[in-house]
Ligand binder design. Structure first.
Ligand code: MLT
Length: 272
């Protein structure tokens, strides 16, 4: 892994392969390893850049206002700075997963010229309901005392399909370990940022780049009907449901996600 200093933090990232740059933005409270299978699959034909967002994985939280947390706009600016630091001048394929998707919307808003194509996996365009916002603030206030274990206990049944959970497959332990190694301060900061994130429905019809919207058939966090509505609101979007899996499509059925990404990136990689 590499580490680069940016204006208000440092970011750890994987940078592999050559060709069209593909930026993979992970979800909460996860890190770039949720993309391990996709990094392997894409690195043979493109340049894959997979950072740990600030506070996650090996990236420090950097200078933040603890009361406000980290906004989705801030994570997006970190990504823009990372691309600058890596001298990526070619337009990218931007791939967001869940919270990484919230970040991707903000990147699209601020830096549309840097994006040649967009993939949104298991994410939402709506803001939180009042109840969801209150639940996030409660976690932000308690996680310093409880640690990340209870966050993993509460999130696993929403992240993975019942079948994956019952199977006891290695993916269950991998997702739990990823959550448990995330520090309480990063969890609190991201929860506050997500609670404050705006609804982005008005952005969707303005997205003109080729877009792939995909989600798990049993995604309990960003359900297929909601993701289908996102795809229908984006003029040039394709919608794909991965059968039989929950929210963690990239890990529950890596092959299906790899196939979809490789095909999509090949299609958009021919244009510059
Ligand atoms: C994620 O997977 O990134 C989170 O579940 C998103 C969220 O909490 O809204």
């Amino acid at each position: 892994m590499n580490l680069v200093d940016l204006s208000t933090t440092s970011l750890a990232f994987v940078d592999r392969g050559d060709g069209v740059p593909v930026l993979l933005v992970h979800g909460f409270p996860l890190d770039h390893t949720m993309w391990d299978a996709q990094i392997e699959a894409l690195a043979g034909s493109c340049r894959v850049i997979a950072p740990d967002l600030r506070g996650f994985g090996r990236s420090p939280l950097g200078n933040i206002n603890v009361e406000r947390g980290v906004s989705m706009e801030q994570y997006a600016e970190d990504l823009a700075e990372l691309l600058e630091a890596l001298a990526v001048v070619e337009s990218i394929v931007l791939v967001g997963f869940s919270m990484g998707g919230y970040v991707a919307w903000q990147f699209m808003r601020k830096h549309p010229e840097r994006v040649r194509a967009l993939v949104q996996c298991d994410t939402r365009s709506a803001a939180d309901s009042d109840d969801a916002r209150a639940a996030r603030i409660k976690i932000a206030e308690s996680v310093a005392n409880t640690g990340s274990g209870p966050v993993a206990d509460a999130m696993l049944p929403k992240l993975l399909s019942p079948r994956t959970l019952e199977s006891g497959a290695p993916v269950v332990a991998r997702v739990r370990a990823m959550i448990e190694r995330t520090g309480p301060a990063a969890i609190a900061a991201a929860q506050r940022g997500m609670a404050a994130r705006p609804d982005v429905s008005e952005l969707l019809p303005k997205i003109s780049v080729p877009t792939l919207v995909l989600c798990g058939e049993q995604d309990a966090i960003s359900p297929p009907r909601e993701m289908q509505a996102i795809a229908e609101a984006i003029p040039n979007a394709e919608f794909l449901v991965i059968p039989g899996v929950g929210h963690m499509t990239t890990m529950e059925n890596p092959q299906a996600v790899n196939d979809a990404l490789v095909r999509f990136v090949e299609g958009v990689g021919r244009k510059s």
